[in-house]
Design a protein around this ligand. Structure first.
Ligand code: BGC
Length: 495
């Protein structure tokens, strides 16, 4: 059903199933812990299964939800379809020096690029990455923006101002420092250079920001740090990635983020927004980029287990962003942790001692999950190491380690296949799912970049849904840091 990788899992799973079936037929009332776990995992796997039929139903549902989102102002459990007011995507002729700030995931990045026009393209690029302390994600908005502004100010002085006198520095600032701001949360925009936050996602929860213009908050924080910059554009990370993709390949029409969160953007006719926006608010250009905010997609066809339902209600934005909570980097490790916790609760398979860390939300991240999943060592030594280092679980049998790996596989396979649903739905939405000309889809995000098996499942499912021939015409390109570089490029094309 689900490609080579799935057949391998089938083989691993079969041994356990036959064992469990034997046990049941012997009518043993008290199963041994391993048998109990095998049954639980098998049941979990069945519910997570995504046949091509289910995927096709989901594609159609997502397309209809996107169509509906284009027509409504307020949508809770469907894509928000937010206009970005991007008028010109970069075409390669951009020139000059631009800064970008990219905020929205585990880290934030500051960039400086020098664009040399058609022939030279990016002449110089400097990037600084800072991780955001967890406590800042739930601090006040002022604290968050002050932190960012201070880092940006240090970066600008280091890359740009060290040779200037104080007087020149101030003059220079006002004239030349232009910034593109990537803010990867749902924002209500009425123009390209500002917008108010609709709600925080991905675990951010800073007071005093929802409903506020985030560009103004940034500019005020910069002023407190003695830095004056012109924020030319405020964009979502998907929009930045689309711009970065377009700069490199002019047949780029869709961008996808598969990282801490997930989302997509594409080019739409401005007229399609007639029912969503008042006439006076419609973009001036004939086309505009739409940030779909597909993380909010919900469908009765989504294969969700009781564990996913618990996570849906116990995570940020309870009851919302079901799609993101099944496929993005912030949640995959957490789903696996919850399954392991269930195994322990129901069978004590990991030993008698109290495994406090296994009960800690988010104590297993997607990166660590991928280490276990992609462990090909004989004896699954990496799985053993993760269990020991993260949860103090020692002395696991190879059989148990294999079962843990199967859990990772089930969760990753479902995520990869559901991500493919999103991409195919985007292609269908713009009428490209049958096309014979080649197109490029730009992708950014750590989950896609670092998790090879996730990519494998995604590609398998795309071929399954589109057919080999159409799939061959689609080139999926990793645009590393595209979300940030795109902001600098758009700052240039809107200067
Ligand atoms: C946010 C989007 C963002 C995506 C990827 C989601 O949680 O709502 O705005 O693009 O994460 O970063």
């Amino acid at each position: 059903m689900c490609g080579i990788a799935d057949r391998i899992t089938d083989c691993i799973g079969l041994k356990y199933v036959s064992r469990a079936v034997k046990a049941a037929s012997r009518q043993i009332h008290r199963r041994d812990p391993m048998e109990e776990c095998v049954m639980i995992v098998e049941q979990f796997r069945k519910i997570c299964c995504t046949s091509a039929d289910v995927l096709n139903l989901l594609v159609n549902d997502l397309v209809s939800s996107m169509e509906a989102g284009l027509k409504t102002k307020d949508s809770k459990n469907s894509p928000k379809m937010l206009p970005s007011f991007v008028e010109n995507l970069p075409n390669g002729s951009e020139k000059g020096s631009y800064f970008a700030l990219d905020l929205g995931g585990t880290n934030f990045r500051i960039l400086h690029v020098e664009l040399g026009g058609r022939k030279a393209k990016v002449v110089k690029q400097e990037v600084e990455e800072c991780s955001i302390p967890e406590k800042l994600k739930i601090a006040t908005g002022r604290e968050l923006f002050d932190f960012i502004a201070e880092k940006l100010s240090t970066f600008v002085r280091k890359t740009h101002g060290s040779t200037l006198s104080n007087h020149d520095w101030h003059h220079h600032q006002r004239k030349e420092l232009q910034l593109g701001f990537t803010f990867s949360f749902p924002v209500d925009q009425k123009s390209i250079d500002g917008g108010s936050l609709l709600e925080w996602t991905k675990g951010f929860k800073c007071d005093g920001v929802i409903g506020e213009n985030v560009v103004q908050l940034l500019e005020e924080a910069l002023a407190r740090n003695g830095l004056e910059m012109k924020v030319n554009v405020l964009i979502n990370d998907t929009v930045g990635t689309l711009a970065a993709g377009r700069y490199l390949y002019d047949n780029t029409i869709i961008a996808i983020i598969l990282g801490t969160g997930t989302n997509s953007a594409y080019i739409e006719s401005s007229a399609a927004l007639r029912l969503k926006l008042d006439e006076s608010q419609l973009p001036k250009s004939t086309t505009t980029v739409i940030n779909t905010e597909w993380s909010y997609f919900w469908s009765p066809y989504l294969p969700v287990t009781d564990i996913d339902m618990e996570l849906l209600h116990e995570s940020p934005l309870p009851g919302q962003q079901q799609y993101e909570k099944l496929i993005s980097g912030m949640y995959l490790g957490e789903i696996v942790r919850r399954v392991l916790q269930k195994l322990q609760r129901q069978s004590g398979v990991f030993g008698k001692s109290v495994l406090s860390n296994l009960a800690n939300p988010h104590s297993l991240d997607a990166r660590t999950m991928s280490v276990m999943h992609e462990d090909e060592s004989c004896g699954l030594q990496k799985v053993a190491k993760v269990l020991e280092e993260n949860f103090d679980i020692v002395g696991t049998s190879l059989e148990l380690r294999r079962l843990v790996q199967t859990v990772c596989d089930v969760v990753c396979q479902r995520a990869g296949r559901l991500a493919a649903v999103g991409i195919v739905a985007m292609l269908k939405k713009i009428g490209w799912d049958q096309a014979s000309t080649t197109i490029t889809i730009a992708v950014d995000g750590g989950l896609y970049e670092h998790y090879k098996k996730f990519r494998g499942y995604l590609f398998d499912a795309m071929r399954e849904l589109l057919g080999e021939k159409v799939a061959e015409n689609i080139s999926i390109v990793l645009c590393k840091d595209g979300s940030g570089i795109g902001a600098a490029l758009l700052a240039a094309s809107h200067s």
